[in-house]
Design a protein around this ligand. Structure first.
Ligand code: AMP
Length: 280
């Protein structure tokens, strides 16, 4: 269904708790793991499908973004999803939004540095769909770690009264993080794209072996540096909450995050690393 009136009527006919999964469609198993998590947490599951123009910058892939709502709806029906909300631009934004969500400083680093305005656009649609659906729980993927952190902050700072649940990254067997944008990759690019997850895994292993911040970063950079046809946007080892770079002596959890272009496709991935600190 695509209109607010249809959504309202359908929600009224669904008594009990509900969990929301927000997507841009072109669904893959990563999305479906969010749907399964949602199903385990509420009586009903609502999925939204909307390619939100506000979160794309000029020259990005808004027009090219893969869209196949019929296939998506079939997949979701198979998963037992109760309601799919796929609004048009007019239904999503009946008026040009004048009041905007300011995502704050975390939106200025990593993804936000390369994509100015991206997280403001993301939080605008997240706030809107949360308000339209009023779920008890909303499920987001760790694949977009910075987005997940910002959604948690949005809910806390605006008292939106919904529980936010994060779900681990779903990967292909060879390690590539599932993404709708993987559909852009040629077979050759698909092979080159493995450098991202390999670099992160090498960094994670270096941390597990006692490597400190600079060493973890260097090991991951070496893997990316040796990869042909991969242009790195950023590789960063950051605090998982603030997304600020970690101090060289940091211990405990860090987030190793990467963004890179493979051909004309921009891919992101991340892994949590466990920094051991000096041995006694
Ligand atoms: P998207 O359709 O790309 O906007 O993603 C919708 C939701 O699915 C977001 O919360 C993403 O973080 C999540 N997601 C996308 N890819 C994956 C993946 N490979 N594993 C887990 N969650 C994912």
């Amino acid at each position: 269904m695509g209109t607010r009136a249809e959504l309202r009527a359908a929600l009224a006919a669904l008594p009990g708790s509900r969990a929301l999964v927000m997507t841009m469609g072109a669904l893959h198993d990563g999305h479906l793991s969010l749907v399964r998590e949602a199903r385990s947490r509420a009586e009903h599951v609502v999925v939204s499908i909307y390619v939100n123009p506000l979160q794309f910058g000029p020259g990005e892939d808004f027009e090219a973004y893969p869209r196949d709502v019929d296939a998506d709806v079939a997949l979701l029906a198979h998963e037992g999803v109760d309601l799919v909300f796929a609004p048009s631009d007019e239904e999503a934004y009946p008026a040009q939004p004048l009041v905007r969500v300011d995502p704050g400083p975390v939106a200025g680093v990593l993804e936000g540095r390369t994509r100015p305005g991206h997280f403001a656009g993301v939080l605008q649609i997240v706030a809107k769909v949360l308000n339209l659906v009023r779920p008890d729980v909303a499920v987001f993927g760790q694949k977009d770690a910075q987005q997940l952190a910002l959604v948690r902050t949005l809910v806390r700072d605006l008292d939106l009264g919904v529980q936010i649940v994060g779900v681990p990254i779903r990967r292909e067997e060879d390690g590539l993080a599932m993404s709708s944008r993987n559909a852009y990759l040629s077979p050759d690019e698909r092979r080159r794209a493995l450098a991202l997850s390999r670099a992160l895994a090498a960094g994670r292993d270096a941390a597990a072996a006692g490597g400190a911040v600079a060493e973890v970063r260097r090991v991951a950079e070496d893997v990316l540096g040796a990869a042909e046809g991969v242009r790195v946007d950023y590789l960063a080892l950051v605090d998982p909450d603030t997304f600020l770079p970690l101090d060289e002596r940091a211990t405990g959890a860090g987030l190793l995050a990467v963004a890179a272009w493979v051909g004309t496709t921009r891919l992101i991935d991340n892994m949590t690393v466990d920094l051991q600190g000096p041995r006694p």
